[in-house]
Write a protein that binds this ligand. Structure first.
Ligand SMILES: Cc1cc2nc3c(=O)[nH]c(=O)nc-3n(C[C@H](O)[C@H](O)[C@H](O)COP(=O)(O)OP(=O)(O)OC[C@H]3O[C@@H](n4cnc5c(N)ncnc54)[C@H](O)[C@@H]3O)c2cc1C
Length: 535
């Protein structure tokens, strides 16, 4: 028998889990269904913050995408992990909590999506260690903690070197001003990952809510301009769930455009190749793909780093017991401990570069199929520069009508020359930080190919050969004004459809200046409010 629901949400990630929770709260008399391709999040490595390395390449929790060969990366394919599990990527990510800059949202220039419109949603979702302030909240669901107590000594040395180079100290990247250097805030609670499945999904008490896992949504069923249901695959069988009110696609920036294309919503010239009945020509579906790229610079150090804590099996056992019994020690942290948001040129208004600091190296994190995060067998740290607002844009396109086949992904990194220009500046600054006291005193030598390069051309080649995703793809179901420039309107409704919305990273018109999880959770809160207010 085909079941009927009032609201159907596809994908339980950073946005989707929040939408499910809120709709169940706002509409206690409506029937709500959440369909997730992945399985439950009971894996202990999800709970342990440093379990990140074990989830990075794990088939059971990860979509494990590969891009096409990217010209700007010397025709390399890049490995793109993405959460296939309850909580989506919030269950496998590195937990760095960054909202981005006020100007990011204001520059989207979309009604009701300015910084002032959105700040209340960020505040609503937070339970922040700084308590209630004009920027923070202490009674939201997502816990945000300070890593001061557990951070590594090298992290402090990095911060001091940045300050010695004139970069100001910033104790709250999510406060009034993002610029400066400081410790990252983390989505953790007393040493445990604070992800959306744990903080929202598990807390849904209302019987109006149904969750189906291990179920791959293959398409949205469309009749003229109405979405009437979804089709999904579970245990090799096809199922249909019908819908009275609305369908919300929150499958993330790869799957949301893929599902739309499989449903016949996309560029008709592309879809014609696959004999898909054309329902709606919407040429921006899958376009506008943007992502942050970083290049890891590894250094051998003369004191013990996280490599020494996390590599030997005896330490793994010791620190696991410490985590298990007392919820303290290095396993309670992300591998990213500090960062700097800096301007490439003092004449610009806001930082355009982010420099990550990790008191660890994992130089085997290659593009091979065995990409995993295993620390190197020496003491080391990593500085990884990243350009915050890249101008290169790519696409996600289906390769066949098989919903289980990964789509073609090409972010076109370094397609725009400005991105390489800024990456070079970020690279030079990162090296300068490593050569500035006090961090300089702890550097034994550079590790890897960057130790041999000096000319501009060699640097460019090193960057092309070694840059990797920072796991922030956005923009493939862009929000905008009409079907001429975008996929969804400011209410997140797909242009031309009455009851089909997209709400996840894919709706961002442009990348925000920082890590993307907080913004995706905000989109979830905002979408639920739009539905509540019948907008
Ligand atoms: C390895 C990694 C590290 C990261 N580190 C950070 C960090 O430190 N800080 C930060 O801010 N951001 C980080 N991010 C990025 C951040 O986690 C994402 O931007 C954010 O979680 C995306 O949210 P979303 O709602 O768009 O999609 P997701 O959270 O990816 O959720 C999409 C959900 O839809 C499901 N789904 C997809 N297709 C289907 C289908 N056909 N049928 C049913 N279900 C489907 C997926 O399984 C998934 O559960 C990281 C990401 C990764 C992958």
């Amino acid at each position: 028998m085909v079941e009927k629901y009032d609201y159907i949400i596809v994908g339980s990630g950073s946005a989707g889990s929040i939408i499910a929770y809120r709709l169940s709260e706002y509409f206690p008399n409506k029937k709500i269904l959440l369909v997730e391709a992945g399985n439950n999040d009971n894996n202990i490595m999800v709970k342990i913050p440093a379990g990140y390395g074990y989830l990075f390449n794990n088939n059971k929790v990860n979509w494990k995408y590969y891009t096409e060969e990217i010209r700007g990366l010397n025709n390399r394919k890049d490995y793109w992990p993405k959460g296939k599990i309850l909580g989506g990527s919030s269950s496998i990510n590195a937990m760095v909590y960054i909202r981005g800059q006020k100007e990011d949202y204001d520059n989207w220039e979309i009604n009701d999506w300015s910084w002032n419109d959105l700040l209340p949603y960020f505040i609503k979702l937070e339970n922040h260690y700084l308590g209630k302030t004009s920027y923070h909240n202490d009674d939201g669901k997502i816990k945000i903690s300070n890593i001061q107590k557990e951070k590594h000594q090298l992290t402090d040395e990095f911060i001091k070197s940045c300050i010695n180079l004139g970069i100001k100290k910033n104790d709250d990247f999510n406060g009034q001003d993002q610029e400066g250097v400081g410790l990252y805030q983390l989505n953790t609670n007393r040493g445990v990952r604070s992800n959306v499945s744990r903080e929202y999904l598990r807390k849904i008490k209302n019987k109006n809510f149904k969750l189906i896992t291990s179920s791959h949504v293959s398409k949205i069923i469309l009749k003229d301009d109405i979405a009437t249901g979804i089709e999904f695959l579970k245990d090799n069988k096809k199922f249909i769930a019908n819908c009275n009110d609305e369908i919300i696609l929150s499958a993330g920036s790869i799957s949301s455009p893929q599902i739309l294309q499989l449903s016949g919503v996309g560029n008709q010239d592309d879809l014609r190749n696959y004999n898909i009945d054309k329902v709606k020509h919407l040429r921006y579906v899958g376009q506008n793909l943007q992502d942050h790229l970083n290049v890891a610079l590894h250094y051998k150090t003369n004191i013990k780093s996280l490599n020494d804590d996390l590599r030997p099996i005896t330490n793994k056992i010791f620190y696991f017991l410490k985590w298990f019994l007392f919820k303290n020690g290095p396993l309670t942290l992300s591998i990213n401990q500090a960062g700097a948001f800096v301007k490439s040129d003092q004449s610009i208004n806001t930082p355009d570069l982010q420099i990550y600091f990790l008191p660890l190296t994992a130089s085997n994190l290659s593009n091979s199929k065995n990409a995993s995060i295993e620390p190197d067998p020496f003491s080391g740290f990593t500085i990884a520069p990243c350009v915050l607002r890249p101008k290169s844009k790519g696409f996600v396109k289906i390769k066949s009508t098989n919903p289980l086949e990964h789509p073609s992904i090409n972010p076109n990194y370094f397609d725009h020359d400005d991105d390489m220009f800024l990456m070079l500046k970020a690279y030079n600054l990162s090296n300068k930080i490593s050569q500035t006291k006090p961090l300089k005193n702890f550097v034994e030598k550079k590790v890897g190919p960057h130790q041999f390069i000096s000319s501009e051309d060699e640097k460019i080649d090193f960057i092309r050969q070694n840059s990797k995703t920072t796991y922030h793809p956005v923009g493939t179901c862009k929000m905008g004004f009409s079907d001429k420039d975008s996929v969804v309107d400011s209410s997140l409704k797909v242009h031309g459809f009455q009851n089909l919305r997209v709400a996840d990273a894919s709706v961002m018109p442009n990348l925000i200046s920082g890590n993307t999880n907080a913004a995706c959770m905000m989109i979830g809160e905002k979408c639920a409010d739009l539905i509540r207010n019948h907008k």
